[in-house]
Design a binder for this molecule. Structure first.
Ligand SMILES: Nc1nc2c(c(=O)[nH]1)N(C=O)[C@@H](CNc1ccc(C(=O)N[C@@H](CCC(=O)O)C(=O)O)cc1)CN2
Ligand SMILES: Nc1nc2c(ncn2[C@@H]2O[C@H](COP(=O)(O)OP(=O)(O)OP(=O)(O)O)[C@@H](O)[C@H]2O)c(=O)[nH]1
Ligand SMILES: [Mg+2]
Length: 443
């Protein structure tokens, strides 16, 4: 058993002033504290009731809605209470101070409610990561991805794989146990290998979707590249609809990499403006160009700009990054129609032609890059590492057919353990192993 937990509390809603502020309390003294601060009968569990919130000397602090969630049916799995106060700064402070004065209560640390939910088996690590992503989601696609993850759909996928691996191992154990008797029909393990191969390909599909998850969660990186004076900074300002970058007719105006974020139909886009690429003796500009090339190399999409009367079609480094060719300053040319082909177009920041079309082409590029059946997909390196490890154990298991069954089964155990590490739900077997390995031999 764990030692009796302290009771923690915190403002769970956004910074005051706000219409309503929610203070959340969790731990064994939650109900006591709520009783003391209301000095009225407690509402029945999970029903909101209006109560006077009073201070030590009986003074009225606020009239608030009070909600109780007795353990284990709460967010943390502990006794919880919520005070829905008027959201003024002084109201919130007065109630927080009152709670802080109670013996056995203290202010929660960052993430402590979620940590307790994890410790009480209410949420696994993957769901907690999803919850964190949900709270920081700014775009619709980020929200959808995080909602899938925090609702446990990704966890179920991993847990389902793990159960199938445990079952496969059980089949092998059974074969080992019965093989002494010599007369089992066919080989059980043959079926196991085909199941393992199937699992491996399912894991591969999910590993392949990690880049998609990363793009949705972290954003799609679009880089403006081209010679000086091509109109990169002007185009950044036009796409962002804000005056972010300095624009002049001096070649070599931009040196640092400039960044802004766009929300294109729910997709988070990082847009980078870079120094014009050219041979130069200017050391500051050289450094700018070095940074530009680094940014270009990390891009998910490159907008390669050229302008009438501006020399230097830039040679981009050889790589597989998609490119849209953009001819700028369309207003200085005779053409009227901005659309050239699927990979190229012409724009003008003066009359605005082609800008919306370019926005749509960027959107099409990110949509094409993130097409997946379901959004129950990983978006973090942590998952990628464990999945790759699990996958490599499965391929060892399949390829090393010269090994005795026991050893091949060991690879399956290892793969299952890697999956358990992602959700943080290490099975009793490994947990016990871990606990006992920490004891001295002979004790
Ligand atoms: N006022 C309020 N609104 C909120 C939250 C909250 O904690 N308080 N949430 C906080 O994130 C989210 C809702 N999430 C919640 C998740 C679980 C439980 C809960 O009481 N779970 C119990 C009972 C489940 C049931 O009755 O179906 C349990 O899991 O045992 C409550 C809120 C969003 N809105
Ligand atoms: N007529 C016209 N001029 C433009 C257009 N876009 C940019 N310019 C002009 O072209 C010049 C260079 O524009 P910038 O946006 O600073 O070019 P840049 O590519 O960022 O240049 P560097 O930062 O030096 O690499 C400025 O004088 C702009 O006003 C356009 O669509 N039409
Ligand atoms: Mg510039």
């Amino acid at each position: 058993m764990t030692a009796a937990k302290e009771t923690i509390f915190a403002l769970a809603s956004g910074a005051p002033p706000a219409g309503v502020a929610v203070i959340r309390i969790s731990g064994p003294l939650s109900l006591d504290a709520t009783q003391r601060i209301t000095a009225q009968p407690l509402p029945k569990p999970r029903y909101a009731a209006l109560r006077s919130i009073v201070g030590r000397s009986g003074q009225l602090l606020d009239k608030a809605l009070v909600l109780l969630f007795p353990a284990p049916h709460s967010f943390t799995g502990e006794d919880c209470a919520e005070l829905h106060l008027h959201g003024g700064k002084a109201v919130v402070n007065a109630v927080l101070n009152e709670l802080a004065g109670f013996e056995g209560l203290r202010l929660a640390e960052a993430g402590e409610f979620s940590r307790r939910a994890f410790e009480n088996g209410k949420l696994d690590l993957v769901e907690i990561e999803g919850l964190a992503d949900l709270l920081s989601a700014e775009t619709e696609m980020q929200r959808r991805l995080a909602a899938e993850q925090s609702a446990g759909h990704l966890s179920s996928l991993y847990e389902g794989w793990r159960e199938r691996l445990i079952f496969a191992r059980a089949m092998i154990e059974a074969e080992l146990d019965f093989s002494d008797e010599g007369d089992i029909p066919g080989s059980v393990s043959d079926r196991v290998w085909s199941e393992v191969a199937k699992l491996q390909s399912e894991i591969d599909t999910v590993i392949d979707s990690i880049k998609t998850g990363e793009i949705i969660r972290d954003g799609f990186r679009v880089v403006l590249a081209g010679p000086p004076n091509a109109g990169k900074s002007s185009l950044m300002n036009a796409l962002a609809r804000r005056d972010i970058a300095i624009v002049t007719d001096v070649a070599g105006t931009t040196r640092d990499v400039l960044h802004c974020e766009l929300d294109l139909e729910g997709y988070k886009i990082h847009l980078y403006d870079t120094a014009g690429l050219r041979d130069t003796e200017d050391r500051v500009e050289q450094e700018g160009i070095r940074r530009a090339l680094t940014t270009i190399a990390d891009a998910d999409l490159i907008l390669r700009l050229r302008a009438p009367g501006v020399a230097g079609e830039v040679d981009l480094p050889e790589n597989a990054i998609p490119v849209i060719d953009v001819s700028t300053k369309l207003d200085l040319r005779d053409e009227v129609y901005p659309f050239e082909s699927a990979e190229s177009l012409a724009v003008s920041v003066i009359d605005g032609r082609g800008i919306d079309l370019l926005r749509r082409m960027i959107l099409e590029s990110v949509v094409a890059r993130t097409r997946v059946g379901s959004l129950a997909i990983p978006s973090r390196l942590r998952h990628a590492q464990r999945l790759l490890a699990a996958r490599s154990s499965l391929s060892d298991c399949l390829e090393r057919s010269e090994l005795p069954l026991e050893l091949r089964a060991e690879y399956l155990r290892h793969a299952a353990e890697e999956l358990a590490r992602i959700t943080g739900r290490i099975d009793t077997e490994t947990l016990l192993g871990k606990i006992f390995s920490e004891f001295c031999v002979g004790k």
